[in-house]
Design a protein around this ligand. Sequence first.
Ligand code: DAH
Length: 368
Amino acid sequence: MTNQPIPDLTAFDEAALDKAFAQLEQEARQAASGLNDEAAVEAFRLEWLGRKQGRLNEVSGRWLKAAPVEAKKALGVRFNSLKAVVEALLDAALGSGPSDASLKAEALDITLPGTQRLVGAEHPITRTLNEIVSVFAALGYSVGVGPEVETDFYNFESMNFPPGHPARDTQDTLVVANQERRSQRDRLLLRTHTSPVQMRTMEQQPPPVRIVIPGKVHRNDAADATHSPIFHQVEGLCVDTNITFSDLKGTLDHAMKALFGSAVKTRFFPSFFPFTEPSADVQISCIYCGGKGCRKCKQSGWIELLGCGMVDPAVFAFAAEKQPAYDPKEISGFAFGMGVERIAMMKYGISEIGSFYSGDMRFLGQFV
Ligand code: DAH
């Protein structure tokens, strides 16, 4: 853009100077009033204040040089105030903030609906697990945990599954590869149950023990409606002097009533686990039909829910290697173990175990 030429000044009296500078000031004000974007502001700056071709530079060069000596001061004063006006106009234009276009781009339409943030909630497995734990916490049980990658010793041998014993076949195990150089008891596997934490607990503390151990377990099982290769258990262990099978029955009967309602009945069926003797399966009266017999309980009126028994002396013998106070002649105890998924499925009426792991919000949203 070429600047408007500065006219020659022929008269240098006060009135002529006032008029000439007033004219320039008016032009500057007019030019500054229409500056609506950054490029226009910069063009204004160059036109008026540019070092070489700016209009003020031209004024000072041509007018001041042409002025007779006695008029130079009056001209200089007016020049300085014009320059101050132009600079103030430029400052105002620079400081006037973003352009209309950028304001529009940033504009916030407060009538639009906001972004909805979903409220998180406990997963039904976590919720059930916590509920089971709190039933026992209320009875004075502490809570423990153990490793998911476990040794053969803790998962099997110390739980009275000797190497090569067929009882091991009841839990199809996922083992860590390439451990041939380790002794059998040190080989690593994914724990098939939470029972090994019984031994870890007893090795750490002498009796009495009352503890529940929630956790994740793994088995090489095909997934179907009620099985998953990864699932959760809550283990329990109570050891003290004079712990009897009646204590076991009373404790689990109370726990089942606390979990499923006070109308629920329990019964204990003979069973087998290597680490308990005697062992039992606990059945509860069918929560769907109240015990009359229905499809869910296969017309029996009972549903099998967990395993339990009196701690086998062979298990205490392993514990006594580190804590001699686990002498089966002095103490006794009971243990139990239950599947969290199975209990959650019964409590919430869920028929597919896979629903827990699918991450489907239509399923999970029901538990908020
Ligand atoms: N560990 C057993 C399992 O995974 C469950 C179990 C049964 C745990 C009886 C116990 C028990 O502590 O006494 O099938």
